[in-house]
Design a protein around this ligand. Structure first.
Ligand code: FAD
Ligand code: NAD
Length: 470
């Protein structure tokens, strides 16, 4: 039998890759993880989930202080923005967490191979100057920003999400191209810090993939907060006029037109954020060396166990089909390691929650009402946050919770909510759905009072028409 350097080599150390590597090592497999970045943790820890949440958290306090929410509570302050310190705490969060993965690698005896990995043949990968062999190779190379043809990202005037996290000053006018998760989160950050924000979205509504009513309500709330939306509009060009040397900044002129055709107009901006999606990282991986092809969306297809079509090669996370989310990648990381070790690793792709970390947060799990109605008869229960005692007391009246259940069996098919802590609330919905709960199960579960989560109980009660507080 062939001798390999490692039982498992994971390529990429994002939430998919580092979790797979740690679990494989925990299961007694000799494991290495190749990472081309300077630090571990992938997109999520370095330039994604964590730094964006650091800026969202800080800017939310600033907004509350600047725009009257603190004053309403009897706290009078005149805030002054210290953007350098705000960026400093973001960098500290990233440093602490990426360093934490390095610590966990050492603790679990996962070897970090520094450099980008390229297949050189079956079971063989070149990482930097070294070629190593492994019985099992897990591709966890993640994703990168989708470019907009004809629009060059200079990370000064035209930025992607990475550049938008690091702007050295608040732009007077930021135009966000794409009303998806990144557009709403990072648009909110800079709107809160004082920028005028315009969001140009190709589709007729923001947040594709979310429940229709949630998309509409989210749009209404974001508009009320001051983001201007140009829906059903496409950007046909962006020209940049750089500022004179040393002056910093620069200006952009965007040409936009109705997505369905019509007269074009121009928009002037100090900063343009391109956030139209992400695409899988497979370039330079040498997939041809092992006879692995990508599908028509550039992803690597796998079976239910995360095996690719090539024996010994597995794939997880953003590089395979499914939502591009850190927790989906993490769960796949655990499952693939368990499958490699001969155990049964499973991910239920029907129950992956999605959260947009705006204020209020927007969250959902399972089927949207539209998807559920296509499959059969459903019953829907809704409860407004305005009628939830805790939300009302905290001056957080926006949003609602919606439970979609099968009309015959009452089994919960989807839960959607807009609430200040929707991201935390959605966990109980996901767990209930994992256990095959009915709306009645949720309605008869005792929820602590006063909590935002009581709104989920009441929405479940509303499925059969009997909420108490409306
Ligand atoms: P990645 O995290 O992309 O990691 C892949 C790693 O592989 C990278 O470090 C890369 O350098 C490395 N790599 C690539 N090719 C090679 C190679 N050939 N050799 C060696 N290394 C290689 N998701 C959420 O769930 N919640 C959020 O709040 C959230 N916020 C986000 C905010 C932003 C601004 C962005 C951009 C994304 C956000 N996401 C969020 C998405 C989340 O970051 C991704 O879904 C997640 O990181 C995917 O994990 P992954 O392990 O598949 O890949
Ligand atoms: P997205 O897919 O969420 O949204 C992209 C938006 O851009 C869509 O609404 C789309 O219709 C629109 N669009 C596409 N082409 C366009 C064009 N030419 N002009 C105008 N609009 C256009 O993508 P994203 O916001 O870039 O985020 C990328 C990925 O990162 C997502 O898959 C998301 O899951 C992940 N992410 C997750 C979180 C989170 O979980 N909180 C946060 C940030 C990013």
């Amino acid at each position: 039998m062939a001798d390999f350097d490692y039982d498992v080599l994971v390529i990429g150390s994002g939430p998919g890759g580092y979790v797979a590597a740690i679990r494989a090592a925990q299961l007694g497999l000799k494991t290495a993880c190749a990472e081309g970045r300077e630090t571990l943790g992938g997109t999520c820890l370095n330039v994604g989930c964590i730094p964006s949440k650091a800026m969202l958290h800080a800017s939310e306090y600033y907004d509350a202080a600047a725009n009257g929410a603190f004053a309403k509570l009897g706290i009078k302050v005149k805030p002054e923005l210290d953007l350098d310190t705000m960026h400093g705490q973001r960098k500290d969060a990233v440093k602490g967490l990426t360093g934490g993965i390095e610590f966990l690698f050492k603790k679990n005896k996962v070897e970090w191979l520094k450099g980008y990995g390229t297949f050189t043949g079956p079971n063989s990968v070149k990482v930097g100057d070294r070629t190593v062999t492994a019985r099992n190779i897990v591709i966890a190379t993640g994703s990168s920003v989708t470019p907009l043809p004809g629009v060059e990202i200079d990370q000064k005037v035209v930025v992607d999400s990475t550049g938008a996290l690091e702007l050295p000053k608040v732009p007077a006018h930021m135009v966000v191209i794409g009303g998806g998760v990144i557009g709403l989160e990072l648009g909110s950050v800079w709107r809160r810090l004082g920028a005028k924000v315009t969001c140009v979205e190709f589709l007729d509504q923001i947040l594709p993939g979310f429940d229709g009513e949630v998309r509409k309500e989210a749009n209404k709330i974001m508009k009320k907060q001051g983001i201007e939306f140009k829906l059903g509009t496409k950007v046909t060009g962006v020209t940049v006029k750089p500022a004179p040397a040393k002056a910093g900044g620069g200006k952009a002129t965007l040409t936009v037109e109705p997505a369905k055709g019509g007269a074009s107009e121009t928009i002037e901006a100090d900063c343009v954020l391109v956030s139209i999606g992400r695409r899988p990282n497979t370039e330079g991986l040498g997939l041809d060396k092992v006879g692995l092809a990508t599908n028509n969306r550039g992803q690597i297809d796998t079976d239910h166990d995360f095996r690719t079509s090539v024996p010994g090669v597995w794939a997880i996370g953003d590089v395979i089909p499914g939502p591009m989310l850190a927790h989906k990648a993490e769960d796949e990381g655990i499952a693939v390691a368990e499958n490699i070790a001969g155990l049964t690793g499973i991910v239920n792709h029907d129950v992956i929650p999605s959260v947009v970390y705006t204020m209020p947060e927007i969250a959902g799990v399972g089927l949207t009402e539209e998807q559920a109605r296509k499959k059969g008869e459903v019953k829907v229960g809704k409860f407004p946050m305005l009628a939830n005692s805790r939300a009302k007391t905290n001056h957080e009246p926006d949003g609602f919770v919606k439970v979609v259940a099968d009309a015959k069996t009452d089994r919960v098919l989807g839960v959607w909510c807009i609430a200040s802590v929707a991201g935390t609330m959605i966990a109980q919905a996901a767990q209930a759905m994992e256990f095959g709960a009915t709306s009645e199960d949720i309605a008869y579960t005792c929820h602590a009072h006063p909590t935002h989560s009581e709104a989920l109980k009441e929405a479940a009660m509303a499925v059969t028409g009997k909420p108490i507080h409306i």
